[in-house]
Design a protein around this ligand. Structure first.
Ligand code: CP
Length: 340
């Protein structure tokens, strides 16, 4: 296994890359972060272009990819699909097909990032299908910038941040991915991604949620398989206090039920309102040991986590957000054939 094996590869699901490949990505992240802070040029992708197709809004993902490409000597091109002629429907009369769009885009750029989730689709799994289709037809790497199922750039950032903060040793450490109330009604990509990558690295992973909020059964099986292979643990718990006992890291985040696209957002909110007490508060943090806050942001302060927990010395959120820049520079360098 060499880091050159990642040249040309897609990253759509967390499980597209092996643990050894994520280890390489983290080593390259270390090098790029070191170069950034020692003000050494690291123009690994000079004159290359990364095209970013955003069907949904973003603060961190857009800024970190765009800034990252500038620092790597290349260019990130922001594309708003509403200004293009593509249709996801792939039927006569609807618009340009995904296949033709992907093939044409690949003639102009060296990598393609896609964000498609939440209100941009009408059934769970559809965003992943679109990204797979891009991956099949584009002759450049396709990077998932958040779909309905996965968020691998965030997941690499999460495991990198945990290694960085916990002195390089995450094995056996307890992480609780906890459902939390917010009226925002959010997708599953971040929480499923963190559960997957933590399971891959042998952590004691607990997914805590009210009974209605089972995650994608396929992803849960992937977590169990990864935990088995890494000698870690993966459990699901409906009792939040029990789940939080002795946790090293806590990720509080809302996600919608697997029925969201059948029942609609209003019904989703009605279900969520039953669990307004599912919030990461100072009292809940007191059950942990020490319950560092890992939260990919945006966080609903006062609902998902209380402001004092977001701002105390056990909160990692801003360092975690910054690490998106460094990890994605590694992903782009590796997949787009850059050299340090
Ligand atoms: N965590 C994350 O993906 O943030 P944005 O939605 O702001 O990109």
């Amino acid at each position: 296994m060499s880091w050159f094996d990642l040249a040309g590869r897609n990253l759509i699901s967390e499980v597209d890359w092996t643990r050894e490949e994520y280890d390489i990505a983290m080593k390259v992240t270390d090098q790029l972060k070191g170069a950034y802070y020692s003000r050494k040029p690291h123009r690994t992708l000079e004159d290359k272009t990364f095209a970013m197709l955003f069907f949904a809004g973003s603060t961190r993902t857009r800024m970190s990819f765009e800034t990252g490409m500038t620092q790597l000597g290349g260019h990130a091109q922001f594309l708003n699909p509403s200004t293009m002629r593509m249709s996801l429907e792939d039927k006569p009369g609807a618009g340009e097909t995904v296949k033709d769009t992907a093939k044409a885009m690949a003639r102009f750029c060296d990598g393609i990032g896609i964000r498609l989730l939440d209100d941009g689709i009408d059934r769970y799994g559809y965003a992943d299908e679109v990204m797979q289709k891009f991956g099949e037809h584009a002759e450049v790497p396709v990077i998932n910038m958040a779909s309905d199922i996965n968020h691998p750039c965030q997941s690499l950032t999460d495991i990198y941040t945990m290694h960085e903060k916990l002195g390089g040793d995450v094995k056996g450490k307890k992480i609780v991915v906890m459902w939390a109330y917010t009226p925002w009604i959010r997708g599953l990509c971040s929480v499923q991604g963190t559960a997957l990558i933590s399971s891959m690295y042998g952590m004691d992973v607990v997914v805590a949620h009210p009974p209605e909020y089972d995650m994608d059964p396929n992803v849960m099986q992937q977590c169990r398989d990864l935990a088995k292979a890494s000698d870690g643990q993966f459990t699901v718990e409906n009792d939040l206090d029990k789940a939080l006992e002795g946790a090293t890291v806590v990720f509080p985040r809302n996600w919608f039920t697997m029925d969201r696209y059948q029942i609609g957002k209003e019904k989703e909110h009605e279900i969520a309102l039953k669990y307004k007490d599912w919030c990461y508060t100072a009292e809940k943090q007191a059950l942990t040991d020490p319950g560092y806050l890992l939260q990919c942001m945006p966080v609903d302060r006062g609902h998902e986590a209380m402001p004092d927990v977001c701002d105390n010395d056990r909160s990692w959120i801003y360092d975690q957000a910054e690490n998106r820049l460094h990890t994605q520079k590694a992903i782009m360098t590796l997949t787009m054939g850059g050299r340090l």
